[in-house]
Design a protein around this ligand. Structure first.
Ligand SMILES: Cc1ncc(COP(=O)(O)O)c(C=O)c1O
Length: 377
């Protein structure tokens, strides 16, 4: 079976975890987390940017939303995203407002989003779907025009660039995920990146149960005994053990994971371009370091292809079931036609940094074989 994705970890990550266990002796949040944050900050660059690590990308999004909205505020977000984006918004007491996407990129449709603005709209959450940030300049111009905060759901987009600048190195707030399958992993983990001092403080405190300025103490190997709490907090901090994995992954990223993911996506694109009933999403591998490789299979061929690929031992996925169809978020009461059509068409082919050329050739050949037969050519 060729798996759709998997973690690519090994001896170096194991050794780093062993070092924390034996030498540091503290598995909670401390020196190792600080080092990971500093290295991420150095990697991303950008002026006055702070990186705050959390124990998941969902936690990062939750605290980012909580820092810039009040309960009842509305956040514009594409329906076609992982449920984590929606859950993060509703966890903060805000209301996710489901928007359409552009079908060519599956990124937020700004004309549709503009029609959904109300006096309660406080923020927009563009999701960098399949690692594509879309037209970020237009997003920021849209936000400026309407006085909105921008929370980039950059869970897929670690290591990607927009017009030569790394995602996270500029803009309002960017949230990454380091879960087991992302461009880099810390086992589980995530980060908020911003230069807003108020947000930095709010997120740092909220990850440690709202204990004020506990982060500084923990980075010195101490903790707070006499403290105050002024805001709702959570147990969302990253552990030293997970940070140790993340640091190794970050070191491997530029030389190993990034070029491999780009190369594999280019191979798919070369093999699948021109295949009948198949449309590649727009976006160039290179600036985009693809976390997943979804394609559009049109004319009702998606489910047949998916079944055929499974029979050939090729696991596929559907990213994602649109959130406006979920009971918690309206149960499909409102129609989003573009999103719903994409939900019928999208199919994600296997992609991870541990895949070989042969496996991509095999998967591409199976796709072409099925679609050319199904098309009667
Ligand atoms: C688009 C998107 N947003 C948010 C998340 C949440 O990240 P995590 O799994 O680290 O909580 C994910 C994870 O898959 C994601 O794909």
């Amino acid at each position: 079976m060729i798996h759709i994705s998997r973690s690519v970890v090994g001896a170096a990550e194991l050794e780093a975890m062993g070092r924390v266990m034996c030498e540091d002796g503290y598995l909670g949040m401390g020196r190792e987390v600080r080092a990971f944050e500093e290295e991420l900050q150095e990697y991303l660059g950008g002026q006055d940017r702070a990186v705050i690590c959390l124990n998941s990308g969902t936690a990062a999004l939750h605290l980012a939303v909580a820092a810039v909205t009040s309960p009842g505020d509305e956040v514009l977000v594409q329906s076609l995203t992982f449920v984590a984006s929606f859950q993060a918004i509703s966890a903060a007491g805000a209301v996710p407002v489901a928007c359409e996407v552009y079908p060519e990129t599956v990124t937020l449709d700004l004309e549709d989003a503009a029609r959904r603005i109300t006096p309660r709209t406080r923020a927009v959450m563009p999701v960098h779907y399949a690692s594509n940030p879309g037209d970020l300049e237009a997003i920021y111009e849209f936000a400026r025009r309407h006085g909105l905060r921008v929370i980039e759901d950059a869970a897929h987009a670690f290591g990607c660039t927009y017009k030569g600048r790394k995602i996270g190195s500029f803009g309002d707030l960017a949230c990454f995920s380091f879960d087991g399958l992302k461009n880099i992993t810390s086992g589980e983990g995530g980060a908020v990146v911003t230069s807003d001092p108020r947000v930095i403080q709010a997120v740092q405190d909220a990850r440690l149960l709202g204990v004020q300025r506990d982060t500084e103490k923990r980075y010195q190997g101490a903790r707070s005994w006499e403290f105050d709490v002024q805001q709702q907090g959570y147990r969302y901090h990253l552990s030293n053990l997970f940070a140790a994995i993340g640091r190794v992954q970050l070191r491997r990223f530029e030389g190993e994971f990034k070029p491999r993911r780009i190369e594999l996506a280019q191979k798919y694109r070369a093999a699948l371009t021109g295949t009948r009933d198949l449309q590649l999403l727009h976006g160039d591998p290179g600036p985009i370091v693809p976390h997943i490789f979804p394609v559009r299979v049109v004319n009702g061929k998606r489910d047949g292809l998916r079944q055929f690929l499974l029979e050939q031992g090729i696991e596929c996925g559907i990213h994602y079931k649109p959130n406006h169809l979920l009971s918690l978020y309206g149960g499909g009461q409102e129609a989003l036609p573009v999103t719903e059509r994409l939900y019928e068409e999208l199919l994600t082919l296997p992609l991870h940094a541990g895949l070989g050329d042969k496996e991509i050739d095999y998967a591409s050949a199976a796709v072409v074989e099925f679609l050319s037969k199904a098309s009667g050519c």
